[in-house]
Design a protein around this ligand. Structure first.
Ligand code: AMP
Length: 115
């Protein structure tokens, strides 16, 4: 059940990589929703948030460490940004390799439409 993100980790398809360490990789979203739209992923493939386990604690914590570092480098830390993790159908997840969206560079408005 390998996804396009595994191919990016393996270097089999290109990506605009902005950060990498032993646990996580971050690259620009191919269809950005804002001036800054970066995906931060654990190198170990985890399909969804439903599949996380205690063994993933370090990598999942590292997603936030990387997000803060990247936001500072992108110059959006002070104004702020949004971190999003979608899960399954109702969450709108399209790629089944857990990932954190780092979105910013403009005011993003309310988090969700109130319906
Ligand atoms: P999600 O809906 O949370 O699963 O988000 C998946 C994201 O992956 C979307 O924002 C896509 O634009 C992005 N995406 C899909 N394929 C690629 C790719 N090859 N390189 C960069 N981003 C991608």
């Amino acid at each position: 059940m390998s996804t396009v993100f595994s191919k990016i980790i393996a270097g089999e398809i290109p990506a605009d990589i902005v950060y990498e360490d032993e646990l996580v990789l971050a690259f620009r979203d191919i269809a950005p929703s804002a001036p800054t739209h970066i995906l931060i992923i654990p190198k170990r493939e985890i399909a969804t948030v439903n599949d996380v386990s205690a063994a993933d604690e370090a990598a999942l914590g590292r997603l936030f460490i990387a997000a803060a570092k990247i936001a500072a480098e992108e110059g959006i830390a002070q104004d702020g940004y949004r971190l999003i993790v979608n899960c399954n159908r109702h969450g709108g997840q399209e790629v089944f390799h857990l990932h954190m969206h780092l979105v910013g560079g403009r005011s993003l408005g309310p988090m969700l439409a109130r319906k």
